[in-house]
Design a protein around this ligand. Structure first.
Ligand code: S3P
Length: 428
């Protein structure tokens, strides 16, 4: 049973942990292993609810997937060997599963239906359905295909030239996955760079894909070769402990083997600008980079965060907002309107929840403004079923006087099973 009431008195954090595997890379490892014919093995896989949804969907497509701790073995006959699912593909709470899988299903020769939980039913799918339809996809859904459940009749696809209207790695990836199975070349222009795990993993599986500035080019009809995939720790999960060490007194922690792909390290740029005391010790890698991070308690100052930095830290904004409550001066977060269509509206939710604890925080259309430092006090915190809101509340409790209750701590298992064990191990 996970705790719902947290009451720490001026804790310090000390010690070493290895955060669980990267969520984005874990999803992709299953999908790429399912596309490739043969045996793909994965180590460091995230056993979070979202990635388990991906496994269960691909099993329903006839792909053999075995789990042994956080090692996965995928035996696939290749995308042409997938079979028509006889039930709805349940994507749970996972936007990445829903959107990337849609790109793959569009180019099969069978019918399928994808649907998830209440949060997925509210998340915009038009951004995926529009470019896939331009490629020839036959997808139907509520309000003309804007929302799940989505019914997909697989068909022959053609490559496209497409400029992404939103900075979204999920949209880019869905198009690239559809393009693998399409006739001709696909060219995607990305106005602001987003996480490039799909491109890195495509190359790892033997696909020829090029990037020049903001333009990505890939020929259709390429086959993938089964591979071994090493998943580094998730920097989006590490972010919560980075924040925990920064906002508590006399803390010093080491986070081992954290993914440091530059498209994901915006949080490190932010804490550097805020004046944090930390070190990065890079590991040797091919493909995805990783490092050990050493973080110490720090006196921090407020900064401005916006522009091309936003996609590099989009999932970290709830915890950055908490850090900002403890910074000297004002932090402004802008250009982050995408937060309104995440697992919940993260602008409203973060502002409402941190305000309850006494933070000086105001919502704007595309972000928030936080004045600090402010003392935080105990409160009854809501997660809105959003794992990152749950973890933000737990870390906020370390800096608060009084007890913090969390209404639905179980939702944290979406991306970080074992979060409370790690927290308790680090607290001294
Ligand atoms: C993800 C991309 C981002 C991110 C999400 C995971 C991915 O979403 O917020 O948690 O794995 O590609 P968007 O593509 O909607 O920005």
């Amino acid at each position: 049973m996970l705790p719902t009431k947290l009451n720490y008195e001026k804790p310090s954090l000390n010690g070493t942990i290895q955060v669980p595997g990267d969520k984005s890379i874990s999803h992709r490892s299953i999908m790429f292993g399912a596309i490739a014919s043969g045996k793909t093995t994965v180590e460091g896989f995230l056993l979070g609810a979202d990635c388990l949804s991906t496994i269960s969907c691909f099993r329903k497509l006839g792909v053999e997937i075995e789990l042994d701790g956080n090692q996965v073995t995928i035996n696939s006959k290749g995308i042409d060997g997938w079979t028509e699912p006889d039930a709805v593909l349940d994507t749970g709470n996972s936007g990445t599963t829903t959107r990337l899988m849609l790109g793959l299903l569009a180019g099969t020769s069978f019918h399928s239906v994808a649907a998830g939980d209440d949060s997925i039913a509210k998340r915009p799918m038009k951004r995926i359905v529009d470019p896939l339809r331009l490629m020839g996809a036959d997808i139907r859904g509520r309000t003309g295909g804007q929302f799940t459940p989505l019914a997909i009749q697989g068909t022959r696809l053609a490559g496209i030239n497409y400029t992404l209207p939103v900075a979204s790695a999920q949209v880019k990836s869905a198009i690239l996955l559809a393009a693998l199975n399409a006739d001709g070349k696909t060219v995607i222009e990305e106005p602001v760079a987003t996480r490039d795990h799909t491109e890195i993993m495509l190359r790892h599986f033997g696909v020829d894909i090029k990037r020049n500035d903001n333009i990505i080019e890939m020929a259709g009809g390429q086959t993938l070769s089964a591979r071994h995939v090493k998943v580094p720790g998730d920097i989006s999960s590490a972010a919560f402990f980075i924040a925990a060490a920064l906002v508590t007194e006399r803390s010093e922690i080491r986070l081992e083997n954290v993914g440091t792909n530059p498209t994901r390290t915006g949080i490190l740029d932010v804490i550097a600008q805020m004046g944090a005391d930390y070190e990065i010790q890079e590991n040797e890698t091919a493909g995805e980079r990783s490092a050990d991070l050493l973080i110490r308690s720090s006196r921090l100052k407020g900064i401005e965060i916006g522009g091309s930095l936003i996609p590099r830290l989009i999932d970290e904004i709830p915890i950055i907002a908490l850090i900002a409550t403890q910074c000297q001066g004002t932090t402004v977060i802008k250009d982050a309107e995408e937060l309104r269509v995440k697992e919940t509206d993260r602008i409203t939710a973060v502002v409402d929840e941190l305000s309850k604890m006494g933070a000086d925080i105001t919502a704007t259309e595309d972000g928030m403004v936080i004045n600090g430092p402010t003392p935080l006090s105990g409160a009854d915190m809501k997660t809105y079923g959003d794992h990152r809101l749950g973890m933000m509340a737990a870390i906020a409790s370390l800096a608060a006087d009084g007890s913090v209750s969390i209404d639905d701590p179980d939702c944290i298992a979406v991306s970080y099973p074992g979060f409370f064990e790690h927290l308790n191990n680090l607290i001294v």
